[in-house]
Design a protein around this ligand. Structure first.
Ligand SMILES: Nc1nc2c(ncn2[C@@H]2O[C@H](COP(=O)(O)OP(=O)(O)O)[C@@H](O)[C@H]2O)c(=O)[nH]1
Ligand SMILES: [Mg+2]
Length: 298
């Protein structure tokens, strides 16, 4: 007799910077959601699909839950909260080292009323002390509503098999939603622009990164050779930031471009010629039309 096929959606939610996107990438075995050491890196809902013989888990990575400061922030918060509906399970991620702070507690208040079972994952156990991991575990268990509390390291892959097994237990009989080879729903253009933004986030300091937006203006395959030409624009909010992004004699932009190009080549599996521009768009995070251009749909 054939076993039934099981499938379901799992939302990954938590405070900024706890490792949600790192976890998603690790679970699906590919970088589908960009990662940085800065808060507010993930801006959209990013889907990552894990397909195994007999079951499929569709993960939804979300922006970190935090008080919004502009239209983009409001949009991000909505994306995070909307992802709590119509899922088979919710995965609440916390940072073991940082512990359970007021942001986590506020979010837990909301998760209490979630319809789906909520699993808590204490992440970054590779870096935290045993005592910190235990303190976090006690606090989470004391909340009384988590279906399970698990210790993991998304970077090292620790605890992820147990986590997958636990999530599997919430899947119901259902269809294979996506084909075997589909790992994300992000269109190629968006993946490319996100990889560029990731590199810029890593290389730029302080106040510049939060106001970055990237649009891929054109992607075209050369006819005579295996090469993709890509034209993209990095937007920032101030003239001063533009200078920083370009750098002395164009050195910073060159570096962002060459690092991003390598990542894009890895993803596309072909050679890339990447042309980057920098433009100022004041206060774009409060502009609905600019947000649309950069792939956010307020
Ligand atoms: N040491 C350690 N760092 C991690 C782990 N998971 C994520 N990080 C780091 O935490 C930072 C934020 O990760 P990210 O996935 O962007 O967090 P998000 O904002 O919750 O999506 C990055 O610098 C990651 O490399 C982990 O398991 N261990
Ligand atoms: Mg993220």
């Amino acid at each position: 007799m054939n076993e039934v096929y099981r499938s379901g959606f799992v939302s990954i939610i938590g405070s900024p910077n706890v490792g949600k996107s790192t976890l998603l990438n690790r679970m699906v075995g590919q970088k589908v959601s960009i990662v940085s050491e800065r808060a507010q890196t993930t801006r959209n809902r990013v889907m990552g699909v894990l397909t195994r013989p007999g079951y499929q888990v569709v993960f939804l990575d979300t922006p970190g839950v935090t008080a919004p400061k502009n239209r983009l922030g409001e949009y991000m918060l909505k994306v995070a909260y909307d992802a709590l509906f119509e899922v088979e399970a919710v995965l609440f991620v916390v940072d073991a080292e940082r512990g359970i702070g007021p942001k986590d507690e506020a979010l837990m208040e909301r998760l209490k009323n979630a319809r789906a079972p909520v699993v808590a994952a204490i992440n970054k156990i590779d870096r935290a002390s045993l005592a910190d991991v235990e303190t976090a575990g006690e606090k989470l268990r004391a909340a009384g509503f988590f279906a399970d509390v698990l210790n993991i390291s998304a970077v090292e892959g620790r605890g992820l098999e147990a986590l997958e097994q636990r999530l599997f237990s919430f899947l119901e009989q259902g269809p294979q939603y996506f084909p075997d080879d589909m790992v994300t729903d992000q269109p190629e253009r968006i993946l490319v622009s996100e990889l560029i933004r990731e590199r810029a986030l890593r290389l730029l300091k302080e106040e510049v990164p939060h106001g970055l937006g990237v649009s891929v203006d054109k992607m075209a395959k050369r006819e005579d050779m295996a090469l993709m030409d890509i034209w993209a624009t990095i937007y920032c909010e101030r003239e001063g930031h533009k200078g920083i992004i370009i750098g002395k004699g164009g050195s910073m932009l060159k570096r962002i471009g060459s690092e991003a190009r390598k990542e894009v080549e890895l993803m596309l599996g072909e050679q890339v010629n990447l042309q980057l521009w920098v433009k100022v768009r004041e206060d774009w995070r409060n502009s609905v039309s600019a947000m649309r251009e950069f792939g956010y749909e307020p």
